[in-house]
Design a protein around this ligand. Structure first.
Ligand code: COA
Ligand code: ZN
Length: 319
């Protein structure tokens, strides 16, 4: 990559939705708002603020209206919300969201566990949502379990193509390919993303990876090589679907920004600002978070050089 051609990567923050939805503690509304306001000032392209789901299904996000109404909207940042059905869409539109993100799984069993509907029933809801949303908000569809399902295993590429084709046929503007439980590998990601990109070059495509098996950043890199320039990521690496066994966090935002910045991409994101916010997460959720750059510091960080006597005295062995 020539340095004169800085390629743009759009980072879309999901910690306050995908992250908080699986936390057993309820993060108080004021603290959610303060975090979203601070995130909005770091240069992120989009923030998925909350979800308008049943509060019985996702109690952690039961304050969706209060949060959506009271956050500061930083110009240039898109404020999105996840919705599972028509009722959720009505609630989100009433709060003036910039983007409605509908969700449906590639696999039947995950859709039943997550939304208590078959994928076909979800698609009926989504076609109503397309009509309801027309001209009022950007419409994105998240395809969960696109790279593998914890109940059913492999998801064939043909199934992904079929579902994306259904979304495009309905007039949906953007699609997120979601690896809900970190089952994707980089080769598969490259092949699936390349196929979708070639078939629908004008579609706004996002890659959404979870780091459940340690392949999250490798998958993001493979997706970028396939031409994807939009990535969901979660501060501190929080995240996970409460209705998928073994779910764990998304790719960590500051780790992803660190990687793409270090490679010379333009993410537009203030890494130092993100790291400072990531440090506040354990205080909000009550446990350590998996992000790595927040612990090690950016690779540009330099430590004082130890003097010879000190080094000899420590007599350490390094691997
Ligand atoms: N917002 C608020 N309440 C909603 C709602 C919405 N979008 N959709 C349904 N409800 C309420 C109903 O009014 C009903 O309330 P009641 O029990 O007080 O009468 C209750 O939820 C159940 O409604 P029903 O239509 O029977 O839904 P369900 O029980 O079959 O659940 C969903 C379907 C989609 C509402 C539910 O599974 C859900 O919210 N899932 C969210 C999944 C999610 O966010 N997963 C993580 C992200 S991928
Ligand atoms: Zn997710």
């Amino acid at each position: 990559m020539a340095s004169s051609q800085k390629l743009r990567i759009y980072i879309q923050e999901v910690s306050v939705r995908d992250g908080f939805q699986i936390e057993p503690v309820f993060v108080p509304t004021e603290q959610k708002i303060a975090l979203i306001n601070a995130l909005g000032r770091t240069g992120l392209a989009k923030i998925e603020v909350t979800s308008f789901t049943s509060p019985k299904a996702i109690p952690a996000l039961a304050d969706a209206e209060a949060v959506m109404h009271r956050i500061d909207r930083v110009p240039g940042v898109q404020y999105a919300a996840l919705v599972p059905n028509l009722r959720g869409c009505e609630r989100a539109l009433a709060c003036g969201v910039d983007e409605i993100n509908v969700v449906v799984s590639a696999s039947e069993s995950h859709n039943l566990a997550n939304l208590r509907m078959t994928p076909e029933q979800s698609l009926v809801q989504i076609s109503g949502i397309v009509k309801q949303t027309a001209g009022k908000a950007f419409l994105n569809a998240s395809l969960s379990t696109a790279f593998g399902c914890p109940f059913e295993g492999d998801i064939p590429q043909s199934r992904v193509m079929e579902m994306v084709g259904r979304f495009v046929g309905m007039g949906i503007h953007g699609v997120s390919l979601c690896d809900t439980t970190g089952m994707a590998n980089p080769r598969q990601v490259y092949e699936v993303c390349r196929a979708v990109k070639e078939r629908w070059p004008a579609l706004t495509l996002t890659a959404h990876f979870h780091n459940t098996r340690g392949m999250g950043l490798a998958n993001a890199l493979a997706a970028s090589q396939a031409g994807i320039d939009r990535f969901d990521a979660s501060l501190g690496g929080l995240g996970g679907c409460p209705f998928a066994p073994g779910a764990s966090g998304n790719v960590c935002t500051e780790d992803m920004v660190h990687m793409f910045n270090a490679m010379g991409y333009d993410t537009g994101v203030d890494l130092g600002g993100l790291i400072e916010l990531s440090k506040t997460l354990p205080g909000l959720v009550g446990h350590d978070v998996p992000g790595q750059v927040v612990k090690a510091g950016p690779s540009t960080r330099r430590y004082p050089v130890p003097d010879r006597q000190q080094a000899a005295a420590s007599n350490s062995t390094c691997g």
